[in-house]
Ligand binder design. Structure first.
Ligand SMILES: NC(=O)c1ccc[n+]([C@@H]2O[C@H](COP(=O)([O-])OP(=O)(O)OC[C@H]3O[C@@H](n4cnc5c(N)ncnc54)[C@H](O)[C@@H]3O)[C@@H](O)[C@H]2O)c1
Length: 310
């Protein structure tokens, strides 16, 4: 981090990742294609730092110092000069990411770490055209990246153990909780778990068992309350594995086994109901200001982190 960090893509993920490094004291260049695309990212950093000051996680001076360490940059090659760490956060398109890595490698030194926050693409495919794949790693952050501790880490198989250890140490210095996957699997761990839960949630909506709001309440007022404290496996152990054995045996035949996205989701997307961003999804957002909801979520996450002693 001493040599500076470059974050590429100032969208949903990139600005939060830039903020994290800046809070940890690194000089960060945040690159996007033009000023218009950088502006919302920089504004989001301001909003997030203001929240951290309000919640007394940062002093006003610390927040100002973090903000001053982030330099917006529209010229990629100039931004990359001398970088020690590069984090790619552009859209989930393999070809575009591979082309970007080729451009990055033409400029940076051989020892520069190149990380991608891809949600789905395996590191071996991302690095397929790389000159030095052994310095490439997936570091899958979670939205909002500046507040959610988990980062799933999938190094290229050729990355030396010592370099993997350095990646994990760097993420810990950012206050993150890295989890190193033992091998490459599509969806890593978190999105596979989320997909399993969401598949069943949509299945229950389709069966008419409960509404979308009721299903969400079942999670936020029920098992979800335990998860910030104990994960599902410890919860099973605490509850008794004999009970869970019977539960899984009894329910196995009842659960959705769908291999494709559910019809209800396909129909909503086809009709332009994309969720909060289009005003309606499974939930009606017209009477629910999205910005307020997101701000409330972020404040909740900050307070939860305090409760967890972070
Ligand atoms: N949104 C999430 O919840 C989430 C969570 C974890 C990981 N991810 C992953 O993070 C990555 C970024 O997702 P996002 O949601 O932040 O996307 P986004 O669309 O919000 O932001 C992407 C940004 O990259 C910029 N960009 C596009 N091409 C570029 C290029 N060639 N050079 C420089 N900038 C470029 C765009 O202008 C945009 O500002 C994706 O791989 C995604 O799968 C997303």
């Amino acid at each position: 981090m001493d040599r500076g960090v470059v974050v590429i893509g100032a969208g949903v993920m990139g600005h939060g990742i830039a903020q994290l490094f800046a809070q940890a004291g690194a000089r960060v260049r945040l690159h996007d294609l033009d000023e218009a695309r950088l502006a919302p990212g920089l504004a989001a950093v301001e909003t997030s730092l203001a929240l951290l000051v309000e919640e007394e996680v940062l002093s006003p001076a610390e927040a100002a110092a973090a903000r001053s360490r982030i330099r917006p940059a529209t010229r990629l090659e100039a931004a990359l000069a001398g970088a020690g760490v590069v984090v790619e956060a552009i859209p989930e398109l393999l070809e575009e990411k591979q082309a970007l890595f080729e451009r990055i490698e033409r400029v940076v030194g051989d020892d520069t770490l190149i990380a991608s926050t891809t949600s789905t693409l395996p590191i071996s495919r991302l690095a397929a055209r790389a000159r030095r794949p052994e310095r490439m790693v997936v570091a899958h952050f979670f939205n909002p990246a500046q507040l959610i501790p988990l980062v799933e880490v999938v190094p290229h198989p050729s990355m030396p153990q010592a370099a993997v250890a350095e990646v994990l140490a760097m993420l810990r210095r950012l206050g993150k909780h890295p989890v190193l996957l033992r091998r490459e699997v599509p969806g890593f761990v978190a999105n596979r778990l989320q997909a399993a839960l969401l598949r069943e949630a949509f299945h229950l909506v389709e069966l008419g068992v409960a509404s979308a709001e009721e299903i969400d309440a079942v999670v936020t007022e029920g098992p979800g309350l335990r998860w910030p404290f104990a994960g599902p496996i410890e919860t099973a152990d605490l509850g008794g594995l004999d009970t869970w054995l019977r539960l899984l045996d009894n329910l196995g035949s009842e659960l959705s086994k769908a291999e494709q996205a559910p019809a209800v989701l396909r129909e909503l997307v086809a009709s332009g109901q994309l969720g909060a961003k289009s005003g309606r999804g499974l939930i009606d957002w017209t009477a629910r200001p999205v910005a307020e909801r997101l701000a409330a979520r972020d404040r909740f996450l900050v307070r939860l982190a305090k409760l967890k002693g972070r």
